[in-house]
Design a protein around this ligand. Structure first.
Ligand SMILES: [Mn+2]
Length: 330
């Protein structure tokens, strides 16, 4: 991995803002936190500002309470033109929510650290460190820390480990490599307790989130000879269960436990009536390509997009794209 452009960007500024994608996940939060500590160790001033608050189950790594989200313009640091902006765990400047309105236009330049497919043509992007084979953004950052001889303290190790656990589905998703385990080995040596991380991330669900799961799972439809599963989470379901939008995140993985299910599609509506489609697939089915047709992105086996069109229309279009995959079976 080559970090020359990243080091050059860091040396250009004294002050940085770090942000990530909307609805930040474990990799987004863990990467931001570890990278913030790194920048501080390099003598820089840095702040994390996300579009959304940190989901409850990732908050434990933020021991210094530094992962903030946008509240209003007045609360932003002064003289944003003196800041460099880091965008981590996404390469899409349309995917960072209000940061693209209130911060991106005011900073001088931004730099992307990411592992997703695709790239951006945004003029503000001064450079990027992007490795699509990396299991997580944190896996890239770990290598940057090692190469730059940044000491990884326990708080950084916990953040990196949580990020890797999250983005690899606890070391089982396709991009999990021997390097991933080597990094995990080192982080555990530093003092990370894997069971504690697991427990914090996966055993802290709220009761509304369990009820949400049962309601959403009851919307399950199976198409294409049981190869395609579709679930829907409407605003009404969210309101009636009192669960948070983020708490629906992992429901998409449930249908994939069935051997026959090759693609899991999840249509979601949040409390602001914004609609999204998330897709997960097994093996060679490239859902990122489908997401890109709708202006979204992600990885081959995990991708998504936002849409304004009627859900039924989008649903038919997505199914139309998938049909091509399963015609081979017939
Ligand atoms: Mn990631």
């Amino acid at each position: 991995m080559n970090f020359k452009s990243l080091l050059a960007f860091i040396s250009q500024y004294d002050k940085f803002i770090i942000c990530s994608h909307e609805s930040p996940d474990g990799d987004a939060i863990g990467s931001e936190y570890a990278f913030l500590q790194c920048l501080k160790k390099m003598g820089k001033t840095a702040y994390i500002i996300n579009n959304d608050p940190t989901p409850f189950n990732f908050q434990f790594i933020d021991v210094t309470n530094e992962v903030k989200h946008f509240i209003n313009e007045k609360k932003l640091p002064k003289k944003l033109s003196e800041f460099g902006l880091f965008i981590v765990d996404t390469n899409d400047t349309n995917n960072i929510g209000v940061i693209s309105t209130y911060i991106l236009p005011k900073v001088c330049q931004c730099f992307i650290i990411d592992h997703h497919e695709g790239h951006t043509d945004d003029m503000k992007v001064a450079g990027s460190v992007s490795y699509k084979d990396a299991s997580s953004t944190s896996e890239i950052l770990y290598q940057f820390f090692m190469k730059s001889k940044i000491e990884i303290d326990l708080s950084m190790a916990n953040a990196l480990f949580m990020a890797i656990v999250y983005d690899t589905g606890s070391f089982i998703y396709p991009k999990t490599s021997s390097l991933t385990f080597k990094i995990a080995h080192h982080l555990v040596k530093i003092g990370v307790n894997p069971n504690e991380i697991y427990s914090n991330v996966y055993e802290t669900d709220s009761i509304p989130s369990i009820i949400l799961q049962s309601r959403v799972l009851s919307t399950l439809e199976l198409m294409q000879n049981n190869h395609v599963a579709i679930q829907t989470m409407t605003k009404d379901i969210l309101l009636s269960t009192k669960a948070n939008y983020e708490e629906g995140r992992s429901i998409i993985n449930i249908p994939l436990k069935a051997e026959d299910v090759k693609v899991s599609i999840f249509f979601k509506e949040d409390l602001k009536s914004v609609t999204r489609c998330s897709m997960r697939s097994k093996g060679d089915i490239d859902v990122c390509r489908i997401a890109q047709l709708f202006g979204g992105g992600g990885h081959k086996n995990a991708a998504g997009f936002k849409f304004d069109e009627d859900m039924k229309v989008v649903r038919e279009k997505v199914l139309g794209q998938l049909k091509k995959y399963f015609e081979k079976d017939n």
